[in-house]
Design a protein around this ligand. Structure first.
Ligand code: PMP
Length: 402
């Protein structure tokens, strides 16, 4: 099975510095299977036309592909309707969209939003921009030393002024899978809606937005084997209906005059300009690819691989793992002795092993951990135990040099 999956990803056959590539930077972005790239090339070569506005054959075909992709996304996360699937450039734009539009409609000076210590900068900075514009306050859920959210502390952060909760489903540094169902239930008891940053969850665990009762859910195509530059904001229809557009332009309008403009229906109200209709096809093909393998199977395989990697890494003298939550995804952050993360990453690279080093766009979390950065190995369904062994041997080799 694993050989068949690996064969679908041409880049995994290549060498770097004359060594077989061992790609362990999947939280940053995943590699693309041939079916995804082929679908993109095919559409450019044989279907390309702008969507929604043409009466001609190609435009209709391109529109069908684009709207079919929306349906695929809807099914993938079990949204109630395609009206609730807004295409964006990615998680970052999804969160910025919501910070702007929700902030415009529902937040005023003195209001509060709750985020967490382990957020990616893209779930911090948009709220800070809103805070600067509107004078809102940002409250932060603390974590324990294993890298788990302190739910009792979270309960205490609510006040009459709390308007939104926005937290990651899975941490891109610690790998923690947060109890988002519980987080959402607690928020709803306080009559507060919740945005879930699903950038690191959708590729690794089955997500059902209705079962979670999430009000908003964001994710990126490129982290789930799809193309770059496309992503999704899911929002319950009642919320998306209630908030104003994010950007103005073509596609998002119903009628324009110099006196008064009316906006298009959902989801087009939030999709100004020509959409990335080729990107949406690529995303849909990627989701179909993942569905054919089965997210349950992927999750089980990655879980076992992560267990194996954690156990093997712990054999290394002086290696410390950051993020040891009971419920963890396939992300392992670590440091070894006093070797700088950048040096370790650079030397591993020379062995053909691609890992991420640095603060991983989570500087407030680094501050909480009392470090500047880590080395991060993030595993995907095409990684193998042999690759994990090579990582362990590589780290041992580098550690000997210091
Ligand atoms: N949130 C999390 C948890 C992430 O890991 C990332 C990507 N590293 C993002 C948000 C931002 O995603 P994108 O850059 O695709 O917009």
């Amino acid at each position: 099975m694993i050989d068949k999956i690996r064969a679908d990803f041409p880049i995994l056959q290549r060498e770097v510095y004359g060594k077989p590539l061992i790609y362990l930077d999947n939280s940053a972005t995943t590699q693309k299977p041939r079916v995804v790239v082929d679908a993109i090339v095919d559409e450019y070569y044989s279907v390309n036309a702008n969507v929604h506005r043409g009466v001609h054959f190609l435009s209709q075909q391109a529109t069908n592909l684009h709207e079919g992709a929306r349906k695929t996304v809807q099914k993938f996360i079990n949204a109630a309707s395609t009206n609730e699937i807004v295409f964006t450039r990615g998680t970052t734009e999804s969160i910025n969209l919501l910070a702007f539009s929700f902030g415009e409609e529902f937040m005023k000076e003195g209001d509060e939003i709750i985020i967490s210590t382990m957020e990616h900068h893209s779930n911090i900075v948009p709220w800070q921009l809103l805070a600067a514009r509107k004078g809102i306050a940002i409250k932060v859920i603390p974590i324990n030393d294993k890298g788990e959210l302190l739910i009792d502390e979270y309960r205490k952060l609510f006040s009459e002024r709390t308007k939104l909760v926005s937290v990651a489903h899975v941490s891109n540094v610690l790998g923690t899978i947060n109890p988002v169902k519980e987080i959402i239930d607690i928020a709803h008891t306080n009559d507060v809606p919740v945005l879930i940053d699903g950038a690191q969850s959708v590729p690794h665990i089955p997500v059902d937005v209705q079962a979670l009762d999430a009000d908003f859910y964001a994710f990126s195509s490129h982290k789930i084997y799809g193309p770059t530059g496309i992503g999704v904001l899911y929002g319950k229809e009642k919320w998306l209906d209630a908030i104003p557009p994010y950007q103005g332009g073509g596609e998002m309008i119903q009628h324009v005059s110099f006196e008064r403009t009316t906006f298009n229906e959902l989801p087009f109200k939030f999709e100004a300009g020509t959409p990335d209709y080729i990107g949406t096809t690529g995303l849909a093909i990627a989701l179909d690819y993942v569905s054919a393998i089965g997210l349950e199977n992927i999750a089980a395989y990655e879980h076992e691989l992560t267990r194996y990697a954690t156990q093997r890494l712990k054999e290394i003298e002086g290696l410390r793992i950051y993020g040891e939550a009971d419920n963890k995804s396939s992300v392992i952050s670590f440091l070894v002795g006093d070797i700088h993360h950048f040096d370790l990453g650079t030397l591993l690279d020379r062995l053909g092993i691609a890992v991420r080093t640095g603060h991983h766009c989570a500087q407030p979390l680094m501050q909480r951990l009392g470090i500047e950065g880590t080395v991060r190995a993030s595993l995907a369904m095409y990684n193998t135990k042999e690759e994990v062994d090579a990582l362990v041997e590589g780290i041992k080799r580098v550690a000997k040099m210091f």
